[in-house]
Unconditional design. Sequence first.
Length: 187
Amino acid sequence: MSYKFVNILGYGYVGGAIGHLCKSNNVPFCTYDVIEKDEELAVKNFSNIDTLINFSEHSNEHNVYFICVPTPPDSDTGECDITIVESVMKELYEKSSKSTSIIIKSTVRPGTSRILSDKYGAKLNVVFSASFGRQLEYYTGMVFKIDIKSKSKNRNIINGGRYDKLISDLGAKNQVPAVGAALNLNY
């Protein structure tokens, strides 16, 4: 499995973090966003998903896509609306002819990656990654971060998440379900 670059679909907050990670590790990448971006370190920036898929198909032996598109909450239920994620998955499924891996970085409810894998898994290798930002591997479920705007700057005040295996990893004989958070008062 070889590729010349990875593709980041959605170049906002999450996609930008993936781009930064690629830059700092010398991994070439292309970006796609409905709002045209000018990421100078990207191999190429696209505002048309078809053009990106064609470029990747012609350049890579294996395609890798990070899906970082918005999943806004439903105004009635508060559930993540995965319409955009599904739309992107459908495009990739229909237009990819080579081996393709999908890493879902968008916020989705538990079980979504399994549903998408069942639906598109014949052609696409679907993976979900709940980690973000600090990339701490002990989280096993939901991870959250709360920022506030203070003096025209965004400041992180709370981080946390679910980490069911951490206590046993530290030596406990039993796995203990756990959720925790850290409050940052130093700003």
